[in-house]
Design a protein around this ligand. Structure first.
Ligand code: SF4
Length: 731
């Protein structure tokens, strides 16, 4: 088929930020390719990027604004069925209802009674305006997003140690690695195209890979060393590696002296962290810990890559600090092919944070507590209207928002493109909170498990239906381009926000903060002028260069593929003594297995997009992985249905007996609403990062009655997502 047009854009799934070519015929995307000459993917795509964007054409897309026919009373809010409980509305009716509801909450309870979720799937421009509305119109910093649920442990640890939480090195440098450690990342399935570059580093350039993971991921096949620690014992392993480096004199004394502080106090804390002690805690042989320490410390260029496996923990901050300690003591940061690299999940989770979708910062991490920064934004947004002031107190995090509803502190919620009733831990707890809301506005491309509780639903355009920018995991700002029209009356998020803001300002009797943008390039230009790190990036440059890594303070600056060449944002890097311990819910006699959750290649997070795509036919149902020895003990076999229960709830899933997860640990992907893994997970959090523990909680397994498999579920479980499949689709 010959395309009417081919539009270059950015993949809507993961943080790799692959460039895609959308082949369009009759306003329909019929094929997706990748440009071979464009960073970061150079022609490579995974199965989601190549085949998973058909969700944009799904008949269930939201096409018309909806208003609930009977507004629920607080505490009696239930899921509203479509179409019986909803009426279609004009945009004017729906936006007026949304504005009046939010204004009523503000006038009755104050600005901090309203919270909002920004969206790591939406563009930078959408998210910039979202936080501008929350801060500038409603007057609260209660804005946060799913970064809290995936990498808050990484962000907090990196901020403490070096003052910056971004991935420090670019994807393009992966080929130059000599040694790298992949920890808590099933890279092949979560960041598939990055995994191909990492595998190239091993197979083509002879790099040494160390995998630290309880689960046997495909990356272990390429590893020189696989440290299979017990879940939740990462701190012990990395402390012991640091012990070895110190005892064997493998530190980089020049780097420590010139770029860091607190080393002498820190090494005292390592004295008893011997590899033998770590083996007793983690199960990793002491000899392997010694070998890993030597391999990492003596390499000319070495780097860490990690994922949610260590961040989503009650001690996610501690985990990250043990990695920063190792990088600082060896000097493996601040040069190409080195670094501290948290692999960001969502396509624009980096950009959503960069755009101010966090409760404590404006764009590019300019603090809301800094009076000078606030004055700069006040001057720009309010054009000298001295009656308008921005809030100085940091707002609530996503996890605090849920608890804030239950305590009565929060009364109104605006959720843009997130699905908390799939992504929050302990879903019953989250639903109890939502039931208490007085007013709830949702903005999305589909009905989902959360927005059926809303009062007003605003239908949004998907990635291929709007212009803007995404920022990928290595801080590369790239264009998103409109290739097709949105369905029905759906509109781009930035347009919805502008119209909502104008109505809110009218309801609240405020002057205009300037919402008359005609194109997202004008929104970016406003961000650029307010954000020194974006000063050298505009749409014209993105057109010419394809993408630019921030920080980029001026138009003649080349951008910054790797960070910290000369210093850290905090000045000197800080060492932190970290003691091993856990706040996780550990297994016991009643709940004897550890549950770990994560992704599979064919699906994405809460499944809103991939389950409306052809990919759902390949992986149509939830499975639980169980070790063969545990299966034999319980008398269970692959394909049987089992109930998996924790202290918080129960789900029924099909069993896959496999040695991928270690004995005593089960793994469940979190994409399936009919068997939502977060029914089981625990909502206790890391005290500093406020991130929940999705990787360790106690569960039990029992045989369940057979459930007829749905169509497509006859693919043998053992064949789903196998190494053969993954390799085939990533090249
Ligand atoms: Fe999209 Fe990520 Fe796959 Fe690239 S690796 S095609 S960005 S999902």
């Amino acid at each position: 088929m010959k395309a009417d047009r081919v539009v270059r854009s950015t993949c809507p799934y993961c943080g790799v930020g692959c460039q895609v070519l959308l082949n369009v015929k009759d306003d329909h995307i019929f094929r997706i390719d990748a440009p071979f000459d464009a960073a970061p993917n150079y022609g490579r795509l995974c199965v989601k990027g190549r085949f998973g964007a058909d969700y944009v054409h799904h008949p269930d897309r939201l096409k018309t604004p909806l208003i609930r026919k009977t507004p629920p009373r607080p505490g009696h809010r239930t899921a509203a069925q479509f179409p019986a409980d909803w009426r279609e509305a004009t945009w004017d009716e729906a936006l007026t209802a949304a504005a009046q509801g939010l204004a009523r909450i503000r006038q009755s309870y104050g600005p901090d009674a309203i919270t909002a979720n920004a969206c790591a799937k939406a563009t930078n421009e959408d998210n910039y305006l979202h936080q501008k509305l929350m801060r500038g119109v409603l007057g609260t910093n209660n804005v946060d997003h799913c970064a809290r649920l995936c990498h808050a442990g990484s962000v907090t640890g990196l901020q403490l140690a070096i003052g910056s939480s971004a991935m420090s090195n670019s994807i393009a440098e992966m080929k130059d690695l000599e040694c790298f450690i992949v920890v808590g990342s099933n890279t092949t399935e979560t960041h598939p195209v990055i995994s191909t570059f990492l595998k190239d580093a091993v197979t083509k350039n002879g790099a040494k890979l160390i995998v630290v993971d309880p689960r046997q991921t495909e990356m272990t096949r390429f590893a020189a060393l696989w440290l299979r620690q017990k879940p939740g014992t990462d701190v012990a392993v990395f402390n012991a590696m640091a012990h070895v480096i110190v005892k064997e004199g493998l530190m980089n004394q020049d780097f420590i002296g010139a770029r860091t502080e607190g080393f002498s106090e820190y090494i005292e804390s390592l004295e008893d962290k011997t590899p033998e002690w770590a083996e007793s805690v983690s199960g990793v042989p002491a000899s392997d810990i010694r070998a890993a320490a030597r391999m990492y410390a003596t390499a000319g260029r070495a780097a860490f890559y990690w994922g949610m496996g260590i961040s989503q923990s009650t001690h996610g901050t501690d985990n990250t600090l043990t990695l920063t300690n190792l990088a600082l003591m060896t000097g493996h940061v601040g040069q190409p092919g080195t670094g501290l690299n948290p692999l960001r999940g969502q396509n624009n989770v980096q950009g959503c944070s960069d755009s101010g979708g966090l409760p404590n910062v404006f764009t590019a991490y300019q603090s809301v507590t800094n009076a000078g920064i606030r004055a700069k934004f006040e001057q720009f947004w309010f054009d000298g209207d001295s009656a308008r002031r921005l809030p100085a107190q940091p707002g609530l995090t996503v996890t605090e928002m849920v608890d804030g509803i239950l305590t009565g502190q929060v009364k109104g919620w605006w959720v843009m493109g997130e699905n908390p009733l799939m992504s929050e831990p302990n879903l019953r707890h989250a639903q109890e909170a939502i039931e208490q809301l007085e007013f709830f506005v949702a903005q999305d491309i589909f009905f989902n498990e959360t927005n059926v509780f809303a009062d007003v639903i605003l239908p949004a355009a998907a990635f291929a239906e709007k212009d803007g920018t995404f920022t990928n995991s290595d801080r590369r700002v790239q264009r998103v381009r409109r290739a097709i029209n949105p369905p029905g009356e759906a509109r781009a998020d930035w347009q919805i926000i502008c119209d909502l803001a104008k109505r809110l300002e009218a309801e609240l009797g405020l002057s205009s903060a300037g919402w008359d943008y005609s194109h997202p390039s004008e929104i970016w230009e406003e961000m650029r002028q307010l954000t020194p790190d974006f000063g050298g990036i505009d749409y014209a440059r993105l057109e010419r260069e394809g993408g630019v890594h921030w920080p980029c303070p001026a138009f003649d600056h080349p951008g910054t593929p790797y960070l910290f060449a000369d210093d850290f944002p905090s000045g000197r890097g800080k060492f932190f003594a970290v003691e091993f311990g856990t706040g996780s819910e550990l297994p016991d006699a009643d709940y004897p297995f550890i549950l770990s959750t994560g992704r599979v290649l064919y699906h994405w997070h809460g499944g809103t997009m991939t389950r409306a795509s052809a990919l759902d036919d390949i992986w149509p149902e939830c499975t639980v992985e169980l070790h063969p020895n545990d299966a034999a003990r319980l008398g269970l076999q692959t394909g049987q249905w089992v109930d998996v229960a924790s202290r918080r709830g129960k789900i029924t899933v099909r069993l896959l007996v496999t040695g991928r997860s270690p004995e005593g640990t089960v793994f469940i992907p979190f994409h399936f609403a009919e068997a939502a893994a977060n029914v089981l997970t625990d909502n206790r959090i890391d005290k500093r990062a406020k991130i929940p523990d999705y990787k360790v909680c106690g569960v039990q397994l029992t045989r369940a009655a057979e459930i007829p498999a749905r169509a497509g579920a006859d693919i043998p479980l053992e064949d789903r997502g196998t190494i053969k499949d993954i390799t085939a689709v990533t090249v």
